[in-house]
Design a protein around this ligand. Structure first.
Ligand code: ATP
Ligand code: MG
Length: 499
């Protein structure tokens, strides 16, 4: 048994109307990965933010190597050897790599910032890590995975030994996930402790030595991963057995083509993309991160510019040059990046959900509050949105719950066509199945759905047809009886392999 590096004991934390954490304890051992699992809103991120000094607990203690500590703020946390690799990366796009490595602790010489030292050190560190980019590159030009790598490199350089990773794989490509796991394994072998949060059970069971489960802010269990199973963890997370061996897929009769796109192109991003979706059909858009899938749907809805091609909705040619116009024509998009294209932080979750739903609750210029509340309650109930009331600001919700509110917005709007970009990203396993059931309902009602997903099982389970993209082009169109994991991967890697 290795030594306990970090121990939290009896931690409680309340926000207005919510007890986010209630007497939570667990211990992370040196040289291990400790996964923290729980449904959306269970308190995982809050616990990590307390360890990182962003929030202060109402009660409880934190000990590092047996010694009780008060963690005042994130800078203090860093001084104590704690590094949080944030999920929603906050960085200054204009900062250079060299500056970011020394962020908050610029070395000085005779009272001045020692730039010579910074540059020499930055070069040395990057070279040591085998990262071949210039130290003068701006953070804004790096990908999410590159910034993540850099944050880890920085933490290692400043001798952190407790690493917090909150859903680190949610926006990076498969290859980058492997590289991240290699890094995590290296940190583990060097005796660090890694706290790892993920909704993906396969990741948890590949990486973790120990698994702690939280439910509704309460500690449920901590066990070596060898002594538990994904099913058991899930059952502990949701407090009941979940029976979901089968995707709730139903074959419904398909209607007319509701969305048709021909010859779509956008400079440098994608070209010659033609696709169609019929009423009642769930169509997948598969491909690796960077294949151009999000770009296609963004352009379809008018968020980005199309340079060629034409689009028809319900057989009628349309120019969807902005999302409002698309909504008028019955086409909506759930964005993969909820911070950029989605939530309005200062508004309540009810307002965020009903924003687009003019027809349903506005009669003669008046919004029907009762009707509105009924619809909101129904969807929030089905998806298990965890919030003290529908009046709280959306910004105070956990990541996965914000995603559910956004999805509710588009369901309430009753569109003809839904473009869903990674609809279950960050959503806990239980709520995922409810989202699949909702998709099935929508198909039954004759809606057309185009879904982007990086999770192949989800595409295979739910789609009638799948288009595969690679390097900005469609490389395959597969019917349900033709598709399987290997075929899709083959087409997804089409050109990348050759390059
Ligand atoms: N700043 C805040 N103000 C008010 N409530 C908050 C705040 N931060 C978190 N909460 C609430 O605390 C609870 C726990 O949220 P937390 O973000 O820790 O969940 P989580 O387990 O990380 O969920 P997810 O899997 O969705 O990321 C939720 O009910 C959330 O709404
Ligand atoms: Mg979270």
């Amino acid at each position: 048994m290795s030594d306990v590096l970090l121990a939290v004991d009896g931690i409680s934390k309340s926000f207005p109307g919510v007890k986010a954490l209630d007497n939570v304890s667990f211990a992370a051992r040196a040289g291990t990965v400790h996964a923290v699992c729980g449904e959306n809103g269970a308190g995982k991120s809050t616990l990590m933010k307390i360890i990182n000094g962003i929030y202060h607990p109402d009660a409880g203690t934190i000990r590092i190597r047996g010694e009780e500590v008060q963690i005042k703020n994130p800078i203090d946390a860093r001084a104590k050897g704690i590094a949080m690799i944030a999920q929603e990366l906050n960085y200054v796009p204009n900062m250079t790599i060299a500056e970011s490595l020394f962020l908050g602790r610029l070395p000085t010489k005779a009272g001045r910032v020692d730039w010579g030292h910074i540059k020499r050190e930055a070069k040395r560190v990057l070279a040591e890590e085998g990262l071949d980019y210039s130290i003068n590159r701006k953070l804004g030009s790096l990908t999410v995975a590159e910034i993540q790598t850099l944050e880890i490199v920085r933490a290692v350089y400043h001798s952190a030994d407790i690493f917090i990773m909150d859903e680190p794989t949610s926006s990076i490509a498969h290859k980058e996930v492997r590289a991240l796991f290699d890094k995590i394994n290296r940190l583990r072998s060097e005796g660090k402790a890694i706290l790892y949060i993920s909704h993906k059970m396969d990741e948890v069971f590949e990486l973790a030595d120990d698994v702690t489960v939280l439910r509704d802010g309460e500690w449920v269990s901590s066990r070596p991963s060898a002594e538990t199973t994904p099913d058991r963890v899930i059952a502990e997370m949701v407090g009941r057995d979940l029976d979901h061996q089968q995707y709730p897929k139903e074959q419904v009769p398909l209607g007319d083509v509701v969305l048709k796109a021909e010859g779509l192109a956008s400079d440098n991003l994608f070209e010659d993309v033609s696709l169609q979706v019929r009423a009642g059909e769930i169509v997948g858009l598969a491909g690796l991160v960077g294949a151009g899938r999000s770009e296609v749907v963004r352009a379809l809805i008018g968020l980005d510019k199309l340079h060629a091609g034409h689009v028809e909705v319900d057989g009628e040619p349309v120019k969807l040059n902005n999302p409002k116009k698309a909504l008028d024509k019955g086409v909506v998009m759930l964005s993969e990046d909820r911070r950029l294209a989605g939530i309005i932080p200062a508004l309540s979750i009810k307002k965020n959900a009903t924003l687009a739903n003019m027809k349903k609750v506005v009669y003669g210029g008046y919004a029907h509050a009762r009707e509105e509340q009924k619809i909101v309650d129904e969807y929030f109930g089905r998806m298990r949105v965890k919030a003290p009331s529908t009046e709280v600001k959306i910004a105070s919700l956990s990541g996965g719950n914000q995603q559910k509110v956004l999805l509710a917005r588009w369901l309430i709007a009753e569109p003809k066509v839904l473009l869903l970009d990674e609809p279950t990203r960050g959503i806990d396993v239980g709520a995922k199945w409810e989202i699949y059931r909702i998709m099935t309902d929508l198909a039954r009602q004759g809606k057309g759905i185009l879904m982007i997903s990086s999770e192949l099982p989800e595409l295979l389970g739910m789609c009638d047809r799948i288009y595969v993209m690679s390097s900005g082009r469609l490389t395959a169109e597969l019917e349900r009886d033709q598709f399987n994991q290997e075929t899709i991967l083959k087409y997804a890697m089409n050109e990348i392999e050759v390059a």
